[in-house]
Design a protein around this ligand. Structure first.
Ligand SMILES: [Zn+2]
Length: 92
Protein backbone atom coordinates (compact mmCIF):
# COMPACT_ATOMS: atom_id res chain seq x y z
CA UNK A 1 0.00 0.00 0.00
CA UNK A 2 1.39 3.33 -0.99
CA UNK A 3 1.54 6.35 1.29
CA UNK A 4 -0.75 8.12 -1.14
CA UNK A 5 -3.37 5.43 -0.66
CA UNK A 6 -2.89 5.50 3.09
CA UNK A 7 -3.75 9.20 3.24
CA UNK A 8 -6.45 9.14 0.61
CA UNK A 9 -9.28 9.09 3.14
CA UNK A 10 -10.42 11.95 5.28
CA UNK A 11 -11.26 15.48 4.32
CA UNK A 12 -9.61 16.85 1.24
CA UNK A 13 -8.55 20.44 0.95
CA UNK A 14 -10.26 22.98 -1.22
CA UNK A 15 -8.33 25.01 -3.75
CA UNK A 16 -8.73 28.15 -1.64
CA UNK A 17 -7.18 26.45 1.36
CA UNK A 18 -4.34 25.10 -0.77
CA UNK A 19 -3.65 28.52 -2.27
CA UNK A 20 -3.61 30.03 1.20
CA UNK A 21 -0.80 27.76 2.37
CA UNK A 22 0.90 27.03 -0.96
CA UNK A 23 3.77 29.43 -0.48
CA UNK A 24 4.43 28.19 3.07
CA UNK A 25 4.19 24.63 1.80
CA UNK A 26 6.78 25.25 -0.92
CA UNK A 27 9.01 26.92 1.64
CA UNK A 28 8.65 23.85 3.87
CA UNK A 29 7.02 25.87 6.62
CA UNK A 30 3.77 23.94 6.96
CA UNK A 31 3.26 21.10 9.39
CA UNK A 32 3.52 17.53 8.11
CA UNK A 33 -0.22 16.98 8.04
CA UNK A 34 -0.87 20.10 5.99
CA UNK A 35 2.03 19.30 3.67
CA UNK A 36 0.51 15.87 2.99
CA UNK A 37 -2.89 17.34 2.24
CA UNK A 38 -1.43 19.96 -0.07
CA UNK A 39 0.71 17.39 -1.87
CA UNK A 40 -2.32 15.16 -2.33
CA UNK A 41 -4.39 18.03 -3.65
CA UNK A 42 -1.66 19.12 -6.07
CA UNK A 43 -1.56 15.57 -7.33
CA UNK A 44 -5.21 15.75 -8.32
CA UNK A 45 -5.86 19.39 -9.09
CA UNK A 46 -4.35 20.69 -12.32
CA UNK A 47 -5.04 24.34 -11.47
CA UNK A 48 -3.25 24.26 -8.13
CA UNK A 49 -0.51 22.10 -9.61
CA UNK A 50 0.21 24.74 -12.25
CA UNK A 51 0.09 27.42 -9.60
CA UNK A 52 2.67 25.57 -7.51
CA UNK A 53 4.90 25.12 -10.55
CA UNK A 54 4.78 28.85 -11.20
CA UNK A 55 5.73 29.56 -7.60
CA UNK A 56 8.51 27.00 -7.73
CA UNK A 57 9.96 28.38 -10.94
CA UNK A 58 9.88 31.93 -9.57
CA UNK A 59 11.62 30.82 -6.39
CA UNK A 60 14.11 28.81 -8.42
CA UNK A 61 14.78 31.89 -10.51
CA UNK A 62 15.28 34.14 -7.51
CA UNK A 63 17.44 31.61 -5.70
CA UNK A 64 19.72 31.17 -8.68
CA UNK A 65 20.11 34.80 -9.55
CA UNK A 66 23.75 35.45 -8.62
CA UNK A 67 23.30 39.13 -7.84
CA UNK A 68 20.90 42.01 -8.14
CA UNK A 69 20.85 43.93 -11.36
CA UNK A 70 23.27 46.83 -11.17
CA UNK A 71 21.22 50.02 -10.67
CA UNK A 72 23.30 51.75 -13.34
CA UNK A 73 22.61 49.00 -15.86
CA UNK A 74 18.94 49.02 -14.90
CA UNK A 75 18.81 52.80 -15.42
CA UNK A 76 20.44 52.39 -18.83
CA UNK A 77 17.96 49.70 -19.82
CA UNK A 78 15.07 51.87 -18.71
CA UNK A 79 16.45 54.83 -20.66
CA UNK A 80 16.91 52.57 -23.65
CA UNK A 81 13.33 51.38 -23.33
CA UNK A 82 12.10 54.97 -23.17
CA UNK A 83 14.14 55.93 -26.24
CA UNK A 84 12.62 53.01 -28.13
CA UNK A 85 9.16 54.11 -27.12
CA UNK A 86 9.74 57.68 -28.23
CA UNK A 87 11.92 57.22 -31.29
CA UNK A 88 9.88 54.95 -33.49
CA UNK A 89 11.18 54.61 -37.03
CA UNK A 90 8.96 56.74 -39.24
CA UNK A 91 9.45 54.97 -42.56
CA UNK A 92 8.90 51.39 -41.41
ZN1 LIG B 1 -6.96 22.95 -6.44
Amino acid sequence: MSLKHLFSFGRSMHCDAVMAVLQSYLDGETDVDTARKVARHLDRCADCSIESEVYTSIQHHLANRPFEIDPEIRARLEAFGRSLAHERPGSA
